[in-house]
Design a protein. Sequence first.
Length: 203
Amino acid sequence: MDAAGAPSPRGLLLSDYVLSMPRPDFPIPGPPRPEIALAGRSNVGKSSLLNLLVGRKALARVSATPGKTRALNVFTWGERCYLVDIPGYGWSRAGKADRAAWRRLVVGYVRERPTLAGLLWLLDIRRDPSPDDRAFGTLLQERRLPVLPVLTKADQIGRSHRAERVAAIAQVLGCAPDEMVVTSTRTREGQEALREAVLALVD
């Protein structure tokens, strides 16, 4: 605890669901705070990672159906920021209308939301970035947001292959391996590093 009685940066910050935004310009009720978005492919584990970040098992609902999230779901994280769960991209079964709706919502939010302070870009450590990942990376470059690449599902590869996969993904993204956070929601690997990195984006 700090002198004011607030949780320290490494401490647990309380988190709650606020609302689902149907439009990229939809107002969030309550005090103005910076927004940190979570984005990635529809099966990369965004909801699980959000739960890992805030230390709650079921704050964000984890769906067995990829592409289930259809709105910008907003959560508080203490009084530091809002966490915004963005609908996943790359869902192969999505129809033309669904893809167009996703583009209007997500591209509009990433490009134009003035309170968007940073973004967690989730990528599966087992796979090279896909064409959809690369297209989303181009969108991020256009906005020039602070972006933290987060590699998920680390428990699903052997530790002997870990450095190889991290280096391969970093090369595609054009960043250094130590600029990414490696995580596993099953083993809670990377939880503290993730929290500190997100707070650095906010600060």
